[in-house]
Design a protein around this ligand. Structure first.
Ligand SMILES: NC(=O)c1ccc[n+]([C@@H]2O[C@H](COP(=O)([O-])OP(=O)(O)OC[C@H]3O[C@@H](n4cnc5c(N)ncnc54)[C@H](OP(=O)(O)O)[C@@H]3O)[C@@H](O)[C@H]2O)c1
Length: 316
């Protein structure tokens, strides 16, 4: 085999990027090597990746010059932004511009942009079914990512737009797991009515991304949507019941009630779930589990993810 192609991975110490770094490193014959980008090469998480065989390079998505240095000599890059660290769509757009600029300067051959829909194409600001947020968004943490698709395309960098899905890991880390109701029984709350929610194990996103890099030309210039499964809230509650060995009931709350829950980002997430509920066919249609499995043969179902992770879900 010739020289390995270097993939520079943003968010390498996090969920999506970490999955990709681990996928590259465990694919000895795959022809790629992992360059993990991090703001702190001395953190425990960064050192863990180095111990597995990743190259570590310091970079910050707010600093285009650091990205140019980090992308230099690489074949490709996995680009992702971190909305929940700052809650600013404008910042995500600026960071996408910096990544695309650096990718062009480094003459990268393949970039994957981890994106989501600009929901304003389905729900214009004049549509009052959900409130407009931050002056010009419906789902701020989606819309700027979707808006940034054009930034990558216009930069001329060979790009694949990767539409991701709801991480099942949100049940562990994002307070979205089952909670005890007034009668002490577990309730799994989603504002989805009887509509299906495409979900995925976060670790599988990186594995699918590696599949995209491996197929190269086939995916450049295309959008690919991935999910592990499309499940209703009732189906997720039934799977939780089986995995936890105690009854979990699905609790539908209307998006308006969810928006009013008062935690940071509640309005954004309420609008997001309403978008997924009201545009189920388009949203599910854009995320094909069969395609995801063709990119990642070990793609997990929700049952499989629960079997491995059920003990990590806090039940309050
Ligand atoms: N949760 C969901 O269901 C879901 C679904 C679809 C999409 N998303 C999107 O996923 C994105 C986050 O991805 P993730 O969950 O993989 O991230 P994550 O696990 O939160 O990891 C983010 C990593 O990125 C690095 N980072 C943060 N700020 C940085 C900066 N300024 N420059 C360089 N690196 C920085 C941090 O590493 P260092 O500290 O080592 O630098 C951190 O470990 C969000 O934008 C969210 O909207 C989430």
């Amino acid at each position: 085999m010739g020289e390995r192609k270097v993939i520079a991975v943003l968010g390498a110490t996090g969920a999506q990027g970490g999955g990709l770094v681990r996928a590259i490193l465990s694919d000895a014959s795959g022809g790629f090597s992992a360059r993990a980008l991090t703001r702190n090469v001395n953190s425990d998480k960064a050192k863990e990746l180095a111990n597995l065989g990743a190259e570590l390079i310091a970079a910050n998505v707010d600093d285009v010059e650091s990205l140019k240095r980090a992308f230099k000599g690489a074949y490709g890059a996995f680009c992702v932004t971190f909305f929940w660290d700052h809650f600013s769509p404008e910042k995500e757009l600026a960071q996408a511009r910096a990544m695309a600029t650096a990718a062009k300067a480094a003459d990268l051959k393949h970039v994957i942009w981890s994106t989501l829909e600009d929901t304003r194409k389905w729900v214009p600001l004049s549509d009052n079914r959900m409130p407009t947020l931050m002056g010009k968004y419906k789902v701020p943490h989606f819309d700027a990512k979707g808006e940034a698709d054009k930034v990558f395309i216009d930069s001329g960098v060979p790009t694949t737009l990767l539409l991701t899905s709801f991480f099942w890991d949100n049940l562990i880390h994002f307070g979205m797991g089952p909670r005890k109701g007034p009668d002490g029984k577990l309730l799994f709350t989603l504002p989805m009515a009887d509509k299906k929610l495409p979900g995925i194990a976060a670790e599988d996103i990186g594995k699918c991304a590696l599949g995209v890099f491996k197929r190269g030309q086939e995916y450049i210039g295309r959008t690919v949507g991935i999910a592990g499964e499309h499940l209703t809230g009732a189906q997720m509650a039934a799977a939780l019941t089986r995995a936890l060995g105690q009854e979990v009931r699905y609790n539908y709350v209307p998006p308006d009630a969810y928006r009013g829950l008062g935690f940071p980002g509640a309005e954004d997430l309420g609008n997001m779930f309403q978008f997924k509920r009201d545009f189920e066919a388009a949203f599910c249609g854009a995320r094909n589990p069969g395609v995801a499995r063709s990119l990642n043969a070990s793609l997990q179902s929700f049952d499989a993810w629960l079997a491995a992770n059920k003990d990590r879900i806090p039940l309050e």
